[in-house]
Design a binder for this molecule. Structure first.
Ligand SMILES: *Cc1c(COP(=O)(O)O)cnc(C)c1O
Length: 370
């Protein structure tokens, strides 16, 4: 096998050998061992938010977007109205989803380098009684910014509305406790901070909210209430389950627990992020965000000013050295991104920095200064 690349991206991510090896078995969907494994995965996900019996986990085939679309489509009724907090592509995607499903939707839009505006949230909820649900992104992976979820949750709860969270790139590494933060549902996937492989997402949702949502969904396949109803009967998925992906997810969750759960995982990512940002600053690069807004998930760097810097050549040469980074997705400034998540540690980050320094030398770039 060729040498594997290390993925410094927002997903798919580098996984451990044990996670990959967990996929070397073909499971039948009705196999009792598989049904038990599936159950254990779902129970563990509820435990990660201290959901007790207040939450159930409903899995959804596909990438994270499928889980988010299932959450919105199932929980926002046809006569509901969704308010989306937008400061990046993932918030904007939820607005687009709501439009496509024909749900009434409004947005609070902020620039990608600023956290969502909670004062405006409070005003809009006070002014518009038709708004039934608020949707927000925990870590906006577009820039890597941390949004004030606790404040958004408190304001939404105070106004008696339901909060739907996209915690895709935060779940498993940044704190989220259902006993402290009021929300109706949260969507995430196996292949970000939980370090599984891509192919399954999930929504943790209050069972009463799900019961009220029967018949809401515009889509047969994305209907979380139907998915949950089928699974709570015989433990089986409605349609073909991603068996290998779930076996890998089961192993990834065991590794997550062994690392010390959310706290341990978060600590490693914070250290990765610190090493990356310090090292990049030494090379002249400048992060987009001030450190208090930076989530330890993915860092956006401003494009260097040096005319010898060509992003495509930089990217290709780094990839040839075994490190995959990510283009920027910002409208506020030309940029690129480097991830801190996945099965990578401080040594990997230091090796990535050495490869970046060598690549700058090859391109004749004196400094990463923007
Ligand atoms: C990754 C991600 C998603 C889902 O993206 P997919 O490409 O469908 O997996 C949604 N929201 C956020 C914030 C993300 O980081």
């Amino acid at each position: 096998m060729p040498q594997e690349q290390r993925l410094l991206t927002p997903g798919p991510l580098t996984t451990t050998k044990r996670v990959k090896e967990a996929m070397l078995r073909d499971w039948g969907s009705r196999n009792p061992d598989f049904i038990a494994l599936n159950r254990a995965v779902l129970d563990r996900l509820v435990a990660l938010i201290s959901g007790g019996t207040d939450f159930v986990a409903v899995p959804m085939q596909g990438s994270g977007t499928f889980a988010v679309e299932a959450m919105l489509g199932t929980l926002v009724p046809g006569d509901g109205k969704l308010l989306v907090m937008v400061n990046g592509a993932y918030g904007a995607r939820m607005v687009e989803m709501a439009r496509r499903m024909g749900r009434a939707v409004v947005a609070i839009e902020d620039p990608e380098d600023r956290p969502s505006d909670t004062d405006r949230l409070a005003r809009m909820l006070a002014d518009d009684p038709r708004i039934s649900h608020v949707a927000a992104v925990y870590c906006e992976t577009t820039s890597g910014i941390l949004n004030p979820v606790d404040e958004i949750a408190a304001i939404t709860a105070r106004h008696g509305r339901a909060l739907l969270l996209d915690a895709m790139s935060a779940f498993g590494a940044l704190p989220l406790d259902a006993r402290r933060t009021p929300f109706a549902a949260v969507a995430a996937s196996a292949n970000k901070c939980l370090e599984g492989v891509p192919g399954v997402g999930f929504v943790l949702v209050r069972p009463d909210a799900l019961a009220r949502a029967e018949g809401n969904c515009h889509s047969l396949a994305l209907d979380l209430a139907a998915q949950r109803r089928a699974m709570s009967g015989n433990g089986q998925w409605r349609f073909t389950p991603p068996t290998h992906v779930l076996a890998a997810f089961h192993e990834a969750l065991a590794e997550h627990a062994a690392e010390g759960g959310i706290e341990g995982r978060g600590r490693r990512y914070r250290e990765n992020c610190r090493i990356l940002v310090d090292g990049m600053r030494r090379l002249g690069f400048e992060p987009l965000l001030p450190s208090e807004l930076q989530a330890p998930i993915i860092v956006t760097f401003r494009m260097p000013r040096d005319p010898a810097f060509d992003f495509t050549r930089f990217y290709d040469r780094l990839a040839a050295k075994g490190f995959v980074i990510y283009p920027g997705k910002l409208t506020v400034a030309p940029s690129f991104r480097i991830g801190c998540i996945g099965a990578l540690d401080g040594n990997d980050m230091r090796e990535a920095l050495a490869a970046i320094e060598a690549t700058l030398g090859e391109l004749g770039v004196a400094s990463g200064r923007p």
